[in-house]
Ligand binder design. Structure first.
Ligand code: GRF
Length: 345
């Protein structure tokens, strides 16, 4: 379980969406909401959803950020999501959670970012400029406004009859998709991949049969347990004018989470192979085909519960069982065909 916190100052529809996306699963949990606005509508909404919500006046955010950091640590918070948070974050907080604070912005950054560019101001500026596309961006928070590395970005079309309000509604819709996606990427980047399971283990898991194989101990210390980057063996950051960069290999999952390839941003769920599973069940060998279908179905359900590693494993297993079904299908038909021809003669 990875605890995350949401910081919000306004209506909080993104905050609510994160809670609804994550809090019924068991991998990521919105455990805390902090706000700088005493009467922000988000407070009531989060409390109704059972999320502990605390108001800290601006003076605390500005002059005593250690109180905020202590509160986050007391709740074991690993990642922070800024969902319409209008208070400037002090350097102490940004540094304490370097690389683990995400902000959602209602434009295609770097366009329409920076001071004064928030909410309706952004949508008005886009329409006044006559742009034909806008969108939303989730980026890592650094000490420069709206300038950290982009984690996920998605476009929407701006139509000639769009108003700032209609554009805002469209942008909100994509925000509800990309913010959970960015949180999952960030959490996935903090969790080392699990060792691959054997086909027997996967079979037992799919059918709900108890698995007697003892778990393989993981010798690596989990970065998820080191949110403040104090361990010298953990990944290190280097602050550059363009934001933090990681000192890990390009294939390292933590690097991919923060510096993903543009195409990976659009398509992060592993392939389900559902069509192949169904085809194999019908045309090749039925039982392994059904096992492949079970794994295919798990790919998306696990992904949307935040279980990225489980989703990848299910995808791999679906692939394996498709191959098994195909091979058995070929062997069976090779054996039966001559017999049937001989019987026909
Ligand atoms: C969103 O459009 C987000 O991009 C921006 O503030 C708005 C917050 O909306 N940072 P809501 O409070 O989540 O509805």
């Amino acid at each position: 379980m990875t605890n995350i916190a949401v910081f919000a100052s306004g209506t909080g529809s993104n905050a609510v969406n994160l809670v609804k996306t994550f809090n019924s699963g068991n991998r990521i949990h919105v455990a805390l909401c902090l706000t700088d606005k005493e009467n922000a509508p988000v407070i009531e909404k989060m409390r109704e959803l059972g999320v502990e919500t605390i108001y800290f006046p601006r003076s605390v955010w500005k002059e005593n950020p250690q109180v905020i950091i202590d509160t986050l640590r007391a709740h074991d918070i690993k990642v922070i999501a800024l969902a319409g948070f209008l208070c400037f974050l002090s350097e102490d907080i940004v540094n304490a959670y370097e690389g683990k604070i995400l902000n959602i912005h209602p434009s295609l950054l770097p366009a329409y970012g920076g001071k004064g560019m928030h909410g309706a101001n952004v949508h008005k500026a886009v329409i006044e400029a006559g742009d034909t596309k806008s969108g939303a961006t989730v980026h890592v928070v650094t000490n420069e406004i709206d300038a950290g590395p982009i984690v996920v970005q998605r476009e929407v079309a701006v139509l000639p009859d769009d108003t700032p309000e209609s554009l805002e509604a469209k942008v909100h819709e994509v925000e509800y998709l990309i913010f959970p996606e960015a949180v999952m990427k960030t959490v996935a980047g903090m969790t080392p991949p699990e060792p691959p399971k054997s086909v027997d283990d996967s079979w037992a898991e799919a059918l709900g049969v108890p698995n007697n194989v003892p778990p393989i101990p993981n010798p690596q210390p989990s970065p998820a347990n080191q949110p403040f980057q104090t361990n010298p063996t953990g990944p290190t950051f280097q602050t550059s004018p363009t934001g933090p960069t990681f000192q890990t290999s390009p294939t390292d999952p933590i690097n991919q989470a923060f510096n993903p390839a543009p195409q990976a941003l659009q398509n992060t769920m592993p392939p389900t192979y559902l069509v192949w599973s169904v085809l194999m069940t019908i045309f090749c060998c039925t039982i392994p085909g059904i096992v492949a279908i079970i794994f295919s179905a798990q790919v998306s359900s696990k992904f949307y519960q935040g279980d990225i590693e489980g989703s990848r494993r299910a995808s791999r297993n679906a692939e394996i069982w498709i191959i098994i079904s195909f091979v058995l299908g070929v062997i069976t038909s090779t054996l039966w065909l001559p017999l049937m021809i001989a019987g026909g003669l």
